[in-house]
Design a protein. Structure first.
Length: 388
């Protein structure tokens, strides 16, 4: 073990040096951000990852302790493109309510983190959104600030927000329509969801634009009605692609050609998927190329796959699997098994400073609990022929 590696571990305050890093000969690598410990960090879920202005990666997620219904926001940093991660630090906690759907907005050296807070048990009637910011790459944080929201029960904003080429901040958002009419859904399958975007000049004061909704036949009784959890990417200056979760066997898509002010009618996407979100990322070295990560299955939240679009999301390469229905590992790991069924869902994409695609997701474990896993690979890996 070299001295620079030891120094890096001390600086980051690594909680576990034994986290495996599996490497494939084709450039695919995978590992853990955090493993379920069956105790304080039992259920780790819905992660969001971004690259800070100093090149470090930051992951933020919700953690629930064993037997607890509350959830708190934690974050971790990586100074080596995701190979190792710092000891998780508490970011936001409420003793009685749950913080979730964390997402990130990067503004040069400044980073914003947002959380949606709900009651426990969740009444699906009212939520609150809080924001924190850091000007020193996560070393210190502002006090949490509750933001004014245009709807009663805001959800589905877990994807990274964007700073558009015109300087405006944009964040995808969803809301349940029943509370707007004075009703409360009893479960997710009763919710009727619409989506749009929030726009802001300062990342703190937001206005709602768009109201995307569709009526369709659900594939399963517990899946959502309408559209939610929008993933967004700026394809070209002013043109934004949005992919949305639906209760059918397809994701839906919409486009804006005026920097998010108005949106096209949502239509079925070419991407197969059911009741689970997509993540989108525009490659920095190829402005018209977009990576999508999602669960490529008409019913299940597995496998986790990626595809590449060379033309702004109009056509896609064949999906390539990153993680199967395994509670233990990603495809690139020697420990992968194909017979275990467990969610590998809620992906979040970014790129390392070296240009590699970097992906995090939640992985349900057969022993109980959830891990946050990562995969790193060159963009060319997505379209390379997969070995039998």
């Amino acid at each position: 073990m070299t001295l620079p590696f030891l120094v890096r571990c001390v600086v980051l305050g690594l909680s576990a040096l034994s986290f495996s890093l599996a490497r494939g000969s084709d450039g695919f690598e995978t590992g853990l951000v955090i493993a379920s410990d069956g105790a304080e960090f039992d259920r780790n879920g819905i992660p969001c990852v971004a690259r800070l202005a100093n090149g470090h990666l930051m992951a933020v997620w919700t953690t629930s302790a064993k037997g607890s219904q509350t959830g708190h926001l934690y974050f971790s940093l990586s100074a080596d493109a995701g190979s190792t991660w710092s000891k998780p630090r508490l970011l936001l906690k409420d003793a009685e309510r749950k913080d979730g759907d964390p997402n990130i907005v990067i503004d040069g050296p400044r980073v914003f983190v947002y959380s949606t807070r709900v009651s426990v048990p969740n009444a699906i009637s009212k939520s609150s959104v809080f924001a924190l910011s850091s000007d020193d790459f996560g070393a210190t944080w502002s006090a949490p600030r509750e933001l004014a929201m245009p709807r009663q029960y805001v959800v589905g904003k877990q994807h990274k927000g964007l700073k558009l080429s015109n300087g405006t901040f944009l964040m995808g958002i969803s809301w349940d329509n029943w509370p707007e009419r004075g009703f409360t859904a009893k479960a997710e399958g009763e919710m009727d969801l619409s989506s749009g975007v929030l726009l802001s000049k300062d990342a703190l004061n937001w206005t709602l634009h768009g109201e995307l909704h569709t009526y369709l036949e659900k594939s399963t009784p517990s899946s959502i009605n309408g559209l939610c959890e929008p993933a967004v990417v700026e394809v070209t200056q002013g043109e934004i692609l949005m992919l949305l979760r639906s209760g059918s066997s397809r994701h839906y898509e919409s486009r804006s050609r005026d920097a998010g002010l108005t949106w096209s009618k949502p239509e079925p996407s070419a991407l197969v998927g059911h009741n689970t979100p997509t993540s989108l990322w525009r490659l920095e070295q190829s402005p018209h190329a977009i990576v999508a990560a999602w669960n490529n299955h008409p019913i299940n939240r597995y496998p986790l796959s990626v595809a590449l679009s060379p033309d702004g999301g109009r056509t896609w390469s064949p999906p390539r699997i990153v993680a199967r229905a395994s509670s233990d590992a990603a495809v690139g790991s020697p420990a992968v098994t194909k017979d275990k069924v467990g969610q590998v869902s809620y992906p979040s994409l970014t790129q390392t400073r070296g240009g590699r695609v970097f992906l995090v997701w939640q992985s349900f474990q057969a022993r109980g609990g959830r891990d946050i896993r990562w995969a790193r690979f060159p963009a060319a890996w997505i379209t390379a022929a997969e070995k039998p």
